[in-house]
Design a protein. Structure first.
Length: 75
C-alpha cells in the first residue's frame, strides 16, 4: 500500500495531497464518528480512500491516532 500510495501522490512530477474529514451521521450515537482520509487519482479520475478510522470523540488524542497511522503509512 505504501508504494502504491506514494505513486498516486506523485504522478507526472505533480504532488497530489490528502483530504481528511469526519462523517458525523454514520452512527446512531452522535459522539461516534468515521474519519476518512482520501487522495485524488488523476489516472482513474476518482477520489480514493486511504484510511478510515472509528473515533468516539473529537479530542486531540482521537485525531492523533488517525494521523499517526496515516503518517506511518507514508514513511
Amino acid at each position: 500500500m505504501r508504494a502504491h500510495l506514494s505513486e498516486i501522490l506523485r504522478i507526472n512530477n505533480q504532488v497530489y495531497g490528502l483530504v481528511s474529514d469526519e462523517a458525523h451521521k454514520t452512527f446512531r450515537d452522535r459522539d461516534k464518528l468515521l474519519m476518512t482520509t482520501s487522495t485524488y487519482s488523476p489516472v482513474i479520475k476518482q477520489w480514493l480512500p486511504v484510511l478510515y478510522s472509528f473515533m468516539n470523540g473529537l479530542t486531540t488524542e482521537h485525531y492523533r491516532h488517525h494521523f499517526l497511522v496515516l503518517f506511518q503509512t507514508l514513511t
